[in-house]
Every structure is written in C-alpha cells, then in structure tokens.
Design a binder for this molecule. Structure first.
Ligand SMILES: [Zn+2]
Length: 649
C-alpha cells in the first residue's frame, strides 16, 4: 500500500543463481529513462542476502555477493554490493526507507559514478543495441511482457500482509480450486460468515488457522467449474482491514445493502478529532488514511483524508520495583531504608524504582474498580484527567498526597453549592457593606468569571488540555469560596458564576455536577442570564463571553502560551496574519517573547483563529536551529508541588 502519486516504476532483476529464498531482487526507480545505464545494484546490510554465505570481501573493503543480478532487458550481469550509503529513496517512517535494493547508474548519478570508479565496475554501456533505439515507454512495455516490472508505482509502497491465522477476523472471500486456482466468492454469497467451531485457538506450533479444522465449512463447490472438492480460504483478515474504515460504517450502521451510503457519510466526514494511542499513530492512522484515499479515488468519499486532527494520548504507567538483574518485585517486599535507598525485604538486594506500562508481570497495575470503590466514579475521572496533558505519559499513583489534595478541592467545590441550602449561613448576621463596595466586588468577580471562561475554552479548543482547564476551574472555585457572604447571598453575578462553573466542570465530574445543579434549580429564584434552570445540567448552553470582553492574541508553542495581549473583539476578524504578528511584536511582551523563541529555537508556523475571541499564533521548532535547553510544557510548571512524577510530553 502507499499514498500519493505513483512516481516511478518497479524493476525486477533475476539472480544469476537463484537462492533458496530469492529468485529476484525487486526495486523501484523514479528515472526509468536511465534503465539501460544500470551497471550494478546495491543492497542494504539488513537485506537477507547480505547476511547469507554469498558474501565476498573486495579489495577496497566493500562487500559484494558472489552471484550477480541480470539486467531485465540487456541480460548484462550486474554485480551486487552491500552498501548502506547509497540513496535508497524516500523514507516513510523515521530512519526507514521503503527500499533495500537500489540501482547504480554511473552515467546519470555522481555517487554511483564515484562508487563505480572506486570499485572498478565497468561503466561502459553498449549503446548500439536495439534497446537504445526504443523510447522509454516501449522499454517499459517490454519489461511488463517479460514480467520483470515496468509498472508505475510509488517509492513509498510497502507490503501489508492482511492474512492472519486467527478465528476472529473477517473471512477472506476466496475459494481454492485445483482446476481454476483462486476464485472469488460470488458477490451474492457475500459476506462469508464464520462457522461456529469449538476450538477457536490457533496452534502456534502449526501456524494453521483454526478455521482449517472446520471441515464442513471449508469444503465447497467451485463457483467457476463446479468442482466439489474446492476449499475455502481459512485465513482471516488482519483487524486493521476492519478498523481502517469502521468510522464510515458507524455513520450508516444499519445499511443491509452496502458497507455505507456515500451520501450519508459525506455529510459528516471527515472526523473532527481522532483520539488514540501511539500505536494508532503509526499503524492504524496509516492504514485508515490509505483506505480513505482508495475510497476517495473510487468516488465513494469526498474527503481525501479521514481525520482533521489527531491526539496520540499518553499511556498510563505504574511504578515498578526492580532488582539489578531486572527482576520485578512486588511493592510489599520493598523496604525503604532512606530517601534514596530501597531494598528487597528478604534478599536485601537493592531495588530501583521506575515507571513502566502497566502489566501483571511487572506488579505495577492498578485496578480502576478499586479506586472507584474507594473514591467514587466522578473522583476517579477527575484523578485521571488531572495534572497531565492528554499527550503525556501518566505515571499513576495515589502516593504523594495527590488524591488528598484533590479531595480538599472537591470539598470546597461541593460546599459552594451546599451552603446555598445550609441553615448556618442563613442565620448568619448580615455584615455591613456599602453599595459601592458591593458593586466593586461584583465587578472583580465578573472579571474572574469571564477570565475563567476564556481560559478554559482556550485550553480545550487549542490543545484539548482538560488538565489545564481543571486548574482554571479550581482557581475559580477558590475565588468563589472567599467571596464575602453578602455577595454570596445577594449577587446575581455570584449565582451565575456557580452556574458557569458547573457547566464547565460537568463533563469531568458529570454525576456530582448534575446533583449539584439540582440545588441551583431549587435555590435560585431569579433569572440567570444564559441559563434555563427548568432544564437539567447537560441541556444548558456553554457559557459565552460578552461583546465587551476583549479578544486575545496568543503565541503558543506546544502547550505553552508564551506571549499574550488583549485586542478588541470587533477588530479581530479584520486582521490578517501579518497584522496579528505585528501587533504582538509591538507589544510589551516583546522581549520576553523574543527570549522564549530563541531559547526554544522556534519559528512561526501558522495562525489559528478560534471563533472571534482568540487568535493563536502557533510556533513550531525550527529544524534549522539547534537548541541547548529543552522547554517545559505549561502543565508541568503548574503541577502540584507534592508530585514528583516524571512526565514526558
Ligand atoms: Zn474450479
């Protein structure tokens, strides 16, 4: 599979003496016009032939094979060298080129020329042959007729072996017939359904699919010639075949006629946000994009790409204890001697602490049910969403007072709502406060409330940082707690803040928030702008910012806002990227901004406008700049002091 243009052709070279594993060497070239100029081949040191007993050392210390490749047209014998320095073409993943065989054409390539000179490869090309009278297209068609390549393809082409020896998988709809070979199952017999069998485990020893034992299912008549002894394919497809387009099926999941109706899926695709683990980023994303590109080329999908944005979420890790020989130790066998020393309680061996992916064999798993039983489901959600950016690894622990710290906040938060019905506050005598004072406090409260809405929205919109949003909501909670009792009793602004807080924290702790909302429904007798208290929490609108609240220009790198300035909201839509950059550069933060950019080796990448309240200038690492020191993402700086977790962004 590949994506993008077919920018070259494939070439097959027969070997002068076929080996047990190879009859051919296959490669790819973007310059088929130099086909007749090939004088030698390179293979990488990771090629199987480079590890065989065919290796000879030449005078100049370079290794070559004792067998040759044969030019697919001229039959010239081409020496094969083991060489990792040649250009093997585009890389599809880090350090991984698609090719491990490459052609040498000294006539048109200077590296090949000097290589040929150094290793005494004859560069003489007999240009009097009949091939030289033909144009490239004719040569390619000759290659195709000889079955030695000549097809347009991509340098990024990679194999995707889709067959698996598993029961659970989509059956491969092929019938094998002795007379006809591989015959597709007729369309009206699709889908092929899995038979019900007792033992669905494949034997790892034989490597044969468990379906091979379903003899009644396996035996079938050949749809082409009627042969009674044809056999169904017993391998099933790789799960990626299904997961590469499940999101299309989800949009039309009751369709009994076809996988999906294009008119339905095209209204909703592409997916706005795709959240997955790192393994998704590598394999699933590639396969899903490949299938979507295919569907697009067939006119089934209007969008070429399946996903607009992707967050590779970090893994949850647990604490492990390991002896020097790598043996994992359960926590109860670890004795703490001092801050830096832990030993095995029985063997007295020194034990090292690390954070690793949770696993039974490493004794570092945490059962979510235990936490839910101890703290409740909302609090467990809060624990998981707190502190860490979604992309970062989460080193999960209940040590270091993390749960206690959160519980304190939880109590303050709940109390804000409970005190609306608490008789103690009702009997409290009213303290004296002038109207002016009252208004001033209300105004400050409004500022705090709007600032929270702005920041929370910005964090979620910009980089889905629920953890940063929670920090802001905790700040608002603490602010509201300290508000004078008169304000709590009489200010509409205060009640509105309570509504805003619940609506914004609702998705994080939904059960508790809904519960607290019912208090507001009962206790608030006045009309709160923007809210309908007759409806439940999750039917409320997300809080909005008033027109007099200024918009902001932010400079963002990763999850850090390193410069920010207010700007009139009405002005924002009229500004171009250059205007916005200029505004920020002329601002008071200028020096601080410059320092941050230099320190982190950044360059401006793009502008992202979020509604009308915010313009974000996104900075990325400048690959041409080497930096000495690494920056810390925002969340790490704001992390609770008691947390000593190692976090990777
Ligand atoms: Zn047949």
């Amino acid at each position: 599979m590949w994506m993008g243009d077919c920018n070259g052709i494939n070439l097959l070279f027969k070997l002068s003496i076929p080996t047990a594993e190879f009859d051919f060497l296959e490669t790819f070239t973007t310059t088929p016009e130099s086909l007749l100029d090939i004088t030698h081949l390179y293979i990488r040191s990771n090629h199987k032939l480079a590890r065989s007993n065919l290796i000879q050392e030449t005078e100049n210390g370079i290794k070559r094979l004792s067998i040759n490749a044969i030019h697919p047209l001229t039959d010239r014998l081409l020496p094969i060298f083991i060489n990792d320095e040649a250009d093997y073409g585009p890389k599809i993943r880090a350090n991984m080129s698609m090719l491990n065989v490459q052609i040498g054409t000294p006539k048109s390539n200077s590296y090949d020329e000097s290589f040929a000179n150094k290793h005494s490869i004859s560069t003489v090309i007999d240009s009097s042959t009949r091939w030289h009278k033909m144009d490239t297209e004719t040569l390619l068609s000759e290659l195709r007729s000889r079955e030695l390549g000549g097809y347009r393809t991509s340098g990024k082409l990679s194999d995707w072996c889709i067959s698996r020896q598993r029961y659970w998988g989509t059956p491969i709809p092929i019938i094998h017939c002795d007379q006809c070979g591989s015959v597709p199952v007729p369309e009206n017999e699709l889908p092929v359904r899995l038979p019900s069998i007792e033992n669905i485990r494949s034997s790892s020893k034989t490597g044969i699919s468990p379906l091979a034992n379903a003899h009644d299912w396996k035996k079938i008549q050949c749809p082409k010639c009627g042969n009674e002894n044809a056999k169904r394919e017993t391998d099933t497809m790789d799960t990626f075949v299904d997961s590469s387009w499940y999101f299309l099926r989800y949009l039309d999941n009751e369709n009994t006629e076809k996988p999906f109706e294009p008119n339905i899926v095209n209204k909703l695709m592409p997916v706005d946000l795709y959240i997955g683990g790192l393994e998704h980023a590598l394999t699933h994303l590639f396969v899903a994009r490949f299938i979507q590109h295919f569907m697009h080329s067939k006119g089934l999908c209007t969008s070429l790409e399946p996903f607009k944005r992707f967050i590779p979420i970090g893994m949850v890790q647990g604490k492990t204890y390991k002896t020097s020989n790598g043996q994992y130790v359960t926590k109860d066998k670890v004795l703490t001697i001092d801050k830096n020393t832990m030993i095995h309680s029985l063997t007295k061996e020194r034990v090292e602490v690390d954070w690793e992916k949770m696993s039974k064999s490493k004794y570092n798993g945490t059962d979510p049910q235990e936490i839910i039983d101890a703290y409740g489901v909302d609090f467990t959600r809060l624990l998981m969403l707190n502190f860490v950016h979604p992309r970062s690894l989460r080193n999960f622990t209940l040590e270091d007072g993390i749960a206690e710290g959160l519980q304190n906040w939880f109590k303050i938060f709940i109390n804000l709502y409970v005190e609306l019905i608490d008789p103690r506050t009702k009997t409290d005598t009213k303290s004296v406060m002038s109207n002016e004072e009252f208004q001033q406090i209300e105004l400050a409260l409004r500022e705090q409330r709007l600032n929270t809405i702005y920041t929370v929205t910005f964090y979620i919109d910009s980089f889905f940082s629920v953890a940063s949003a929670i920090i802001e909501l905790q700040k608002l909670t603490r602010y509201l707690r300290k508000v004078p009792i008169n304000i709590k009793r009489e200010s509409n602004e205060y009640l509105r803040s309570l509504c805003d807080l619940l609506v914004m924290i609702g998705p994080v702790i939904p059960a508790l928030s809904s519960e607290l909302w019912t208090i507001l429904q009962k206790q608030i007798k006045t009309n709160i702008n923007g809210y309908d208290l007759s409806k439940n929490l999750f039917e409320q609108n997300y809080p909005s910012l008033p027109n007099d609240y200024p918009a902001k220009i932010n400079a963002l790198y990763d999850t850090t806002v390193f410069a920010s300035m207010p700007i009139a909201r009405s002005l924002l839509p009229t500004l171009t990227t250059t205007d916005i950059l200029q505004q920020l550069n002329n601002n008071d933060n200028q020096l601080q901004m410059k320092t941050f950019i230099e320190k982190n080796g950044l360059k401006f990448d793009r502008l992202r406008k979020l509604d009308d309240y915010c313009a974000t200038l996104i900075y990325e690492r400048d690959p041409n700049v080497t930096i000495v020191e690494q920056s810390e993402p925002l969340i790490e700086k704001k992390k609770s002091k008691t947390s000593k977790k190692k976090q990777v962004s």
